[in-house]
Design a protein around this ligand. Structure first.
Ligand SMILES: [Zn+2]
Length: 75
């Protein structure tokens, strides 16, 4: 399995287009603390999780980073 980086500005569009129905596994990389964790999206929305918060098209880690996480999808 390989991973394709999703550009920040189009991440929501890509997720909605490619994963409109089934929950999809996405890797989120935090640029601040270098955390690299799996999160799940359903219909372009982040599934509730304690460690990440969705704000518009961006996902933020709960370490307090002001930089949105980079997102990677499996291809
Ligand atoms: Zn972080």
């Amino acid at each position: 399995m390989s991973w394709l980086k999703v550009e920040q500005k189009t991440s929501s569009q890509v997720m909605q287009a490619e994963y409109s129905i089934a929950p999809s596994e996405v890797m989120a990389f935090c640029p601040a603390c270098k955390a690299f964790q799996t999160v799940w999206f359903t219909n372009g929305m982040l599934n509730p999780t304690r460690k990440f918060t969705q704000n518009g098209n961006h996902i933020y880690h709960d370490c307090g980073s002001g930089e949105p996480c980079s997102l990677y999808i499996s291809v």
